[in-house]
Design a protein around this ligand. Structure first.
Ligand code: 5GP
Ligand code: MN
Length: 349
């Protein structure tokens, strides 16, 4: 594979992994398929090497991710509390995967920050915080899972990628590319996919479980959101969907039920970016998606204290849903300057 890693960094990573006995993988709160896939892949691989390897997450992963081997063995701080904390504290090595800042760990942040073990960062988000003794940050990669596969191969550990490891890695790639719908134009990605498929991964099952699965109530909620709550700003090439606590409750909303909703307006020709705002208990969860080179990470950091990738970003807004929506609408005119001719052409098809 053609991804170039620093030789010394690779050797250092190998040394750290080989000399550690207890290794803890961590990922961001509300783990998605890439966060869980990458950490579980490392867990599976390291366990096969005889390590005491565990995945500690801030909160419980959604049920839809149970297709990933080892998902039931995840130790969520929200459920295990003290046990999860002592697992992190007793680790010889902590691998931080699929996040670029310790604050993304939510209430697990200080536990990981204060744990005595050295940290390694393996991630594909831009602008990583200086929080690890060794950092593998590759923002051009589709996913942390793709990066992990490149890393393992470059370390000469390709033979340790068995069916379980490969299933986890392909699961993350599928999640972060929306089933190869976006962020998936690099030929290297398909070399990784081929490597994983050679391990006998059931790709069709992963696709069905990770992309084509949802509950009836979540489907109805999406229908409601699109029918009644989608605002289209044709002139600004933007779309906004807001859902209040009451609306969510009336569809028995569960975490993950509106996954993918923010993408739907981008199917409409002319729409370059889309925003979905959901009223949570303590804040307004913001999700944005775009096409072309429209930088939703910039909007999320500028207005909602968040960040992410060029085409997929999010944030937490501490205020009312109305306020968050007002800020979005107020900036539509100014944001027009961020829409390049190429993006427009892409949006128009
Ligand atoms: P989602 O909309 O799926 O929650 O998040 C999309 C992407 O935006 C994630 O991959 C993550 O990188 C980023 N993101 C989401 N929420 C936040 C946030 O609160 N802060 C930051 N910095 N990034 C976020
Ligand atoms: Mn990711």
């Amino acid at each position: 594979m053609s991804v170039k890693f620093d030789r010394q960094d690779l050797e250092r990573l190998k040394e750290l992994l080989c000399s550690a006995r207890r290794i803890v993988m961590t990922c961001h709160m509300s783990p998605d398929g890439d966060a869980l896939g990458s950490t579980l892949a490392m867990r599976s691989l390291l366990k096969a090497m005889g390590k005491d390897a565990r995945v500690v997450t801030p909160d419980e992963p959604p049920r839809t991710l149970r297709v990933l081997p080892g998902a039931r063995q995840v130790m969520a701080w929200s459920s295990f509390g003290q046990v999860a904390e002592s697992t992190v504290n007793r680790a010889d090595l902590i691998i931080c995967m699929d996040y670029n800042a310790l604050s993304r760990l939510s209430r697990l942040e200080n536990v990981v920050r204060n744990a005595p073990a050295p940290r390694v960062l393996i991630d594909h988000h831009k602008n990583p915080e200086d929080m690890a003794m060794l950092t593998f940050s590759y923002p051009d990669m589709s996913s942390t899972c793709e990066l992990t596969c490149h890393l393992l191969t470059a370390m000469g550990w390709g033979e340790y990628i068995d069916n379980d490891v490969a299933t986890c890695l392909l699961g993350g790639i599928i999640t972060d590319t929306g089933g190869f719908h976006y962020n998936s134009n690099s030929s290297d990605l398909y070399r990784v996919v081929a490597t994983l498929m050679e391990r006998g991964v059931d790709k069709d099952r992963l696709m069905r479980c990770l992309v084509d699965t949802r509950s009836a109530s979540s489907m109805r909620l999406e229908a409601y959101a699109l029918e009644k709550k989608m605002e289209l700003f044709a002139d600004a090439h933007a779309a906004l969907i807001t859902l209040s606590r009451n609306e969510l409750n009336s569809y028995e909303y569960r975490k993950g039920d509106t996954e993918g909703l923010v993408n739907r307006p981008l199917e409409i020709p002319g729409i370059a970016y889309s925003c979905y705002m959901r009223e949570e208990e303590e804040y307004i969860k913001i999700s944005m998606r775009s096409i072309g080179d429209f930088p939703v990470d910039l909007l999320c950091s500028r207005h909602y204290g968040g960040g992410g990738h060029l085409n997929a970003a999010g944030g937490e807004f501490h205020g009312t849903l109305q306020e968050a929506a007002r800020i979005f609408r107020e900036n539509l005119e100014e944001n027009k300057e961020l829409i390049s001719p190429q993006t427009l052409e892409y949006a128009d098809r």
